[in-house]
Design a binder for this molecule. Structure first.
Ligand SMILES: Nc1ncnc2c1ncn2[C@@H]1O[C@H](COP(=O)(O)OP(=O)(O)O)[C@@H](O)[C@H]1O
Ligand SMILES: [Mg+2]
Length: 304
């Protein structure tokens, strides 16, 4: 899940899509790569998070192990099972589960340190340093991906090396977006940057003699519109104009996530995404939307 812009509803969408997938029986791993750690804090309490910090079990510590000590730590040691959401899922025997790799506020510094690992004196070292830094996450996720039906990464709102690590590791990406002027402006730039990354990575990969490096083809599944406001069952015209504009250039999901301040504001505190909460009429509508999105993801990706 990625978008340059923050506040577009990306984390909310990630949590709910994960919960909906787990509801249908899937084993889901969530990876929070945003230093703001909103996804992490949508599933565990601040105290639990502080405890993981003390135990050095966040994705920041995993990058640190590599940067400080060249240590090849497995991602397995970071995985936790968030209690609230999983005990809710456990009430239905058909359900799967959600595991989580937590973020850390200081992940922001990791980006700078990763950049210092790039470069070199010869073309060969530049290439091999680039590939080593960029495939860091992919290589380690490859070791554990067999244990999950799907892994969903919540990216930070930028295109720094951590985001690039996520793209290199991903088969697909989704761009959650608000239907407004500034949000729509960024989408084409974002997709262009992914294409440039892909081209450079694959060029280096082909030139390298390392049998462990392969080419990548992260595929854009589509744009998902969030915080959509309705009037007479239609998105308000201020938003539908932007939706239609993007639809001309890019694949967009037919299901949108509606705007609902009252429902989404408290969900993170409860540790349980909206689609798994007890339902009123408004929540039913949200469930339907997220369920529709998950079906679209299955269809577009042949995941199910
Ligand atoms: N569909 C929605 N309707 C209303 N408020 C929302 C919706 N989605 C997210 N929000 C709220 O908007 C804010 C930003 O959402 P978040 O998911 O954290 O965005 P991002 O990850 O893109 O920064 C949060 O306060 C969240 O509760
Ligand atoms: Mg977020």
């Amino acid at each position: 899940m990625m978008n340059y812009k923050g506040g577009v509803g990306k984390t909310t969408l990630t949590a709910n899509i994960a919960a909906e997938m787990a509801k249908t029986g899937m084993e889901v791993l969530l990876v929070d790569l945003d230093p703001q750690a909103n996804l992490t804090l949508s599933f565990i309490s601040i105290e639990q998070w502080q405890n993981l910090d003390r135990l050095e079990r966040t994705v920041k510590h995993w990058y640190d192990a590599y940067l400080d000590k060249d240590e090849d730590m497995s991602l397995k040691d970071l995985i936790i099972s968030p209690p609230m959401v999983n005990s809710r899922l456990d009430t239905d025997p058909e359900s799967g589960r959600i595991d989580l790799i937590c973020s850390h506020l200081e992940l922001i510094n990791v980006d700078m340190e990763l950049s210092s690992r790039l470069g070199g004196n010869t073309d060969r070292t530049i290439r091999s340093n680039y590939l080593r830094v960029l495939t860091r996450l992919k290589n380690k996720l490859d070791e554990i991906k067999g244990e999950y039906d799907v892994i969903i990464i919540d990216c930070p709102p930028n295109f720094n090396l951590i985001t690039q690590n996520a793209i290199v590791a991903s088969d697909f990406y989704i761009v959650p977006a608000k239907a407004d002027y500034l949000s729509t402006l960024g989408i084409n730039t974002l997709i262009r940057h992914v294409e440039e990354l892909k081209r450079k990575f694959n060029q280096y990969s082909r030139q390298s003699n390392d049998p462990d490096t392969s080419t990548i083809s992260p595929h854009m599944l589509g744009v998902i519109f969030t915080m959509v406001s309705y009037r007479n069952q239609q998105p308000i015209s201020a938003q539908s104009d932007y939706i239609n504009q993007i639809k001309r250039d890019r694949h967009c999901f037919t299901n949108f996530l509606r705007e609902s301040k009252t429902i989404f504001a408290h969900a993170p505190e409860s540790g349980i995404p909206v689609v798994l909460q007890r339902k009123n009429e408004q929540q039913e509508l949200i469930c339907k939307e997220v369920n529709g999105m998950v079906n679209e993801i299955f269809m577009l990706s042949n995941l199910s």
